[in-house]
Design a protein around this ligand. Sequence first.
Ligand code: GLU
Length: 426
Amino acid sequence: MANSMVDDMRRVREENPFESMMERFDRAAQKLDLNPDLYAVMRVPNRELKVYIPVRMDSGRMEVFEGFRVQHNFARGPAKGGIRYSPDVNIDEVRALAAWMTWKCAVVNVPFGGGKGGVICDPSQMSLGELERLTRRYAAELIDFIGPEKDVPAPDMNTNEQTMAWIMDTFSMHARHTVNAVVTGKPVELGGSRGRREATGRGILFVINEAIKRFKMTPPNTRVAVQGSGNVGGIGARLLHDAGYKVVAISDIFGGIYNPAGIDIPAALAHLQATRSFEEFPGVERVSNQELLELDCDVLAPCATENQITSENSNRIKCRILAEGANGPTTAGADEILHENGVFVIPDILANAGGVTVSYFEWVQNRMGYYWREDVVNERLQDIMVASFNDVAKYAETHAVDTRTAAYMLAIDRVAYDTRMRGIYA
Ligand code: GLU
């Protein structure tokens, strides 16, 4: 009994994303010999907002939702990061996600800090009208704290282009003119960037392309297992498939499908869209989301949610390359085991940075009022992802650390430099 309580407590700690983030931050700070004053400033978020959002439900009843926006760091520019709607989002998760945005923007060297928002709600149980009222009131509560120069939200789990259009409109109504640079990930027709929707998946493709070269592998002989089939996993799997990779597994929240000979991804995604499930897709084996992680494959791309690879299952992970499409899919407790087992990790703050990179392009285009062709967006994204991959790989070699620690070191070093040069306003 006592032992199982200790185990439970350890698991709760291990699965607290903020603890996982801090463990990596501390490890990197130590390796960098980070100045203690800078450490004290950088280990905490700049600002945390908590708001209560009253929403008139379709039934006529009033419901009050809880929402957050954490602005983690502004040293390099406006805060930047998505907003997530989920029944179990909490402040620790939002705080970790905000910090990851700071490190992610620094890894790819875009001029933003980090932020993240969350609203505790279950969008699957809400009508479009309820979601619109929730979004507009949440945006109104944040009105003094967001803006093109302050904090620029974007989509994340369970939010999308429509959510961004509502936020943009609410902000614009208060400003009395259209301010499209207040959010990114908007519909293209409203100032969104071409290529933004696919950007996270495309970024994953670009970093996997770089990683397989190190193992002298080519796409047709590289078996990839993808966890998730949303904006990151689904688009990532399709782009990998189109680039000639053998995608052997894919999943949604209910479970996955597996075929060691490769899956026809466009057909599987069409099936998912038509039937809302992979069930009954022919010619494949069914696997659970946990089993998918342990499949025999060359590249594993967890593109769904946090805490998938932990101290408990990391010894059973068989891939050579782990490409983290999700934010925080691996706990800090799994890092050492993966490293000892020789898994080449493309850490989340690098692997999934394609989304925020094209968000940066969107913000630039909004401010220029001049819109780029999709091939221009994709080419610039490729340049940044390839350069950042090589920066991290080189940093890992120079400092003899694993790639995750290298990515954190690179990011922290950049943020620390800017913080030191700006000085502390007193
Ligand atoms: N939500 C995405 C992420 O976690 C994108 C953030 C953005 O574009 O600002 O990276």
